[in-house]
Design a protein around this ligand. Structure first.
Ligand code: PBG
Length: 329
């Protein structure tokens, strides 16, 4: 009888043994929790994102306290304004919904890292992420608008500006505008390689930001290759991005890994609304177990090389960590 020389099962014999050799962990420090704040109306749930709510300003403090009590240290704010116009002007108003939400978050939890989405699609009548001129999404006039939004959000107290419009030069324009306005300490975390993805559909439902004509393929990265997204990441780093982001996460783990391997900046992954909806739908049907899927997905994203994860499961994951009496899972 010959015995197997290599027995990988030895390292799997007990929970303690498995924990010793585990290569990745997911901690509350890795999680960024998205929050939708709406300017008008009552709190409302999002049909295609069960468990996610659009909160009025009056409900924000309680939600931030819940998030903070779970040990989560960063939130990403998305605004749903009452009024839209061609220029998306509500996005940079001093009394805009996110401009009001930021100090409310700060009041509820002074140490929370406040990240704010900087984009136009929630605020423009076209639903596009840039300004429309002569029927097309115009890059350079959009840069001016995005810069105004960034400065306005920083002025309201945001720690991190997260442009998601995918306009060329947006990071450089925002960086320079922030610096000129005295906000050199405010970071940028662009959605660097933001793919033109079907997985954003539930978010557009939540934030009412679907394009009214055409689609986003003239500005978002195609999912058919890896060179373009890597060039997007490289350009953003060159333009001064502090953290780069790959989005979505689960179908793009190769790009998270490639970005981690090539660059020395922190890498964020955004596990988007469609990824959330898939897991929710399957678990609500009783087909698969939600917590087990969430654990496996978050570990996969960490294993690929992400330092932090924007996820609609942030509260669930933080709750799992807390219930297990641990600092990570
Ligand atoms: C808006 C924006 C989108 C998402 C984040 N910011 C939607 C889009 O580009 O259509 C998607 C996030 C998600 O699906 O969770 N620029």
């Amino acid at each position: 009888m010959t015995f197997p020389a290599v027995r990988l099962r030895r390292l799997r014999r007990s929970e303690g043994m498995r924990a010793l050799v585990r290569e990745t962990s997911v901690s509350v420090d890795d999680l960024i929790c998205p929050v939708f704040v709406q300017e008008s109306g009552e709190q409302s749930s999002v049909g295609s994102m069960p468990g996610m709510e659009r909160l009025p300003l009056s409900g924000l403090a309680a939600e931030i306290e819940r998030i903070s009590a779970l040990g989560i240290r960063a939130v990403m704010l998305f605004g749903i304004p009452e009024n839209k116009d061609d220029e998306g002007s509500a996005a940079s108003q001093r009394d805009g919904i996110v401009q009001k939400a930021i100090p409310a978050v700060r009041d509820a939890c002074k140490d929370m890292v406040i990240m704010a989405d900087a984009c136009l699609c929630h605020y423009t009548t076209s639903g596009h992420c840039g300004l429309v001129r002569d029927g097309i999404v115009d890059n350079d006039s959009s840069l001016a608008a995005l810069s105004r939004i960034a400065v306005s959000l920083a002025g309201a107290g945001a720690d991190v500006i997260s442009p998601s419009a995918m306009m060329d030069g947006q990071v450089a324009a925002i960086r320079s505008a922030l610096d000129s306005a005295g906000h050199s300490g405010v970071s940028t975390m662009p959605h660097s390689a933001k793919h033109s993805s079907a997985f954003y559909a539930p978010f557009r439902d939540a934030a009412d930001c679907a394009p009214k004509f055409g689609d986003r393929r003239t500005y978002q990265t195609p999912y058919t290759g890896s060179r373009e997204p890597i060039r997007e990441v490289a350009a953003d780093i060159e333009e001064g991005a502090d953290i780069v982001m790959i989005k979505p996460a689960l179908a793009y783990l190769d790009l998270i890994a490639e970005t981690r391997r090539r660059f020395d900046v922190p890498v964020a992954a955004y596990s988007v609304s469609g990824e959330y909806a898939l897991v929710k739908a399957a678990s609500m049907q009783g087909w698969m177990r939600e917590e087990d899927m969430v654990r496996e997905i978050l570990h996969s994203i960490k294993r690929a090389g992400a330092d932090m994860i924007v996820t609609y499961f942030a509260k669930l994951a933080a709750g799992m960590i807390q219930n297990e009496g641990r600092r990570s899972i």
